[in-house]
Every structure is written in structure tokens, then in C-alpha cells.
Write a protein that binds this ligand. Sequence first.
Ligand SMILES: *[C@@H]1O[C@H](CO)[C@@H](O)[C@H](O)[C@H]1NC(C)=O
Length: 314
Amino acid sequence: MTGGNETVISEFLLLGLPTEPEQHDFFYALFLVMYLTTVLGNLLIIALIRLDSHLHTPMYLFLSNLSFSDLCFSSVTMPKLLQNMQREVPSIPYAGCLAQMYFFLVFGDLESFLLVAMAYDRYVAICFPLHYTTIMSPKLCLFLVVLSWVLTTFHALLHTLLMAGLWFCADNVIPHFFCDMSALLKLACSDTRVNELVIFVMGGLILVLPFLLIITSYARIVSSILKVPSARGIRKAFSTCGSHLSVVSLFYGTIIGLYLCPSVNNSTVKETVMAMMYTVVTPMLNPFIYSLRNRDMKGALGRVFHKRKVIFSL
Ligand SMILES: *[C@@H]1O[C@H](CO)[C@@H](O)[C@H](O)[C@H]1NC(C)=O
């Protein structure tokens, strides 16, 4: 750059959470506990599904992928937040900021695509029970997972490259706890119209399309149950789909609430709290929603620990 007093930003300051100084320790402990719960809960699910051969079905393989994605999603933001809460100057280097944005998008999108795959799996299981094993073959499952990875990688790369093309010159204070795309765009000195257009179009495709697909598959499930109403069928459908629907509403509810509700005064605080919901609370709750209400998971926990006990006592 040739300007006299213009400099190129080499690092950003993440202001973090709008908390009072005396609440600092309380929030630090709270986030640490939440992060550890997320990591342990999701690792437990992945280990259980890996170790117990009863759970080697498409639904649980997708669930294991979802747990992996949750684990990574919260690891993109939480360790940096915890580190910055302990530091005098809560900074993040320019490259670190772009990397954080990239991985945030990858794992956020992956979650969205995996929820679609899981909804499709339940749709086939309930509407075509006799053809379930032929339709949801291991090949199709692998294809759906690989397709999700390819799409998310391209989407995240597109946004990150567009962001890397922007010029940041004066302001480097991000009023957020991670490198959020919209917060970064507000700081850019160059024209951001192309970025905003791409965010709008791709955001529509990546969030609205999966959401519609999920709604469609659950609507079909409900209509197929209502066609032949039997108490047993209804109970079975609700026990398998109930936990899926809670995860879907938790994930999309917060994102839709954040981006579609008109922001009134104090929008930074509201945005931060909502972002907290889907970056910290959702990944933490997913394992509990699935495992506490699920007989298969409890059975697997019993079997895995029982087997270990037998091996140790030999
Ligand atoms: C994700 O799903 C694929 C395909 O079903 C499966 O082969 C793989 O083991 C899963 N990955 C994890 C981490 O569970």
C-alpha cells in the first residue's frame, strides 16, 4: 500500500463477550465446563458406535458423523475464546482469523447436510421399511457423507477466498467472540457488495434448501403414519423421529432467529447470545438428546462396559 498513514491490518482484536469484569471468572468456568462436556459427550458417542456392532446401521453412522462435526464445530471457536479470556490483549492473527472462518463454515454446513441425510434415512425407514436395507446401502451412505464434505469444502473455500481478497485498513476490532463473516465484512475498507451477494445466494442454498428437504421428509413420514394409524406405529415413529426433530429445531431455530428476526437495539449482545446458542449449546446438547432418550444407545453403553469388565477380570 502506498498511503501515508494507512496500514495493512496484520491482526484483529476479538472483543469477546459483553460481560462485566466481576462475572469474568464465572463465565470462564462455565464455558470451560460446557466445552469439556461437548468434547467428552461426542467422543463417547463416536466410541460407542464404533465399538458396538449393533449400532453399525446407517442412522448411527450418520449420528457418529454428526458427533464428529459437533466436536470440530465447537473446537473452532471455544479454545480460542477460552484462551483470549485469559489474555490482556485478545488478538487473533489475520491468517488465524481466515482459518477460523473457513473451519466454522465447513463444520456448520456439514452439520446442516448431515441432518438432511439423517432425515432421508428416517423417511426411507418409515415409508419403505421392506426396501430399507437395499435403498440405504453402505455405498449410498458413504456417497452422502462424501458429497456433504465436498459441498461444504467448496462453499467454505469460496467465502474464504472472497474474504482474503478484501482489504482491511483502519479498524481491527471485532465485537464478537470469533471471526464472524458479517462482522469482518463491516470492517473491510474495500467494496463488499460481491461478498454480500454471494453470502445471500449461497446462504439461501446452503441453509434453506436443506431445511426444506428435512421438512418434506418429515411431512411424508407424518402423512404415511396417518394413513394407517396404529398405536404401535405412531409410538415407534415418534421415538425415532422425536430426537431428530429436536436437534433440527435447535439448529435451525437459532440460525433462523438470528438472521430473520429484525434486530432491535442492543443487537451486538443479541447476536452474541444467539451465536453462543448454536456454536456452544447445540453441539453440547446433541449427544444428550440422542443418547438419554435412546434405548439402543443405553444398551450399547451397557454392553461395551460389560465386555470391558469381563476382559479386565480375566
Ligand atoms: C461417517 O459415515 C460413513 C458412511 O456411513 C462411515 O463409513 C464413517 O465411519 C462415518 N465416520 C465417523 C467418524 O463416524
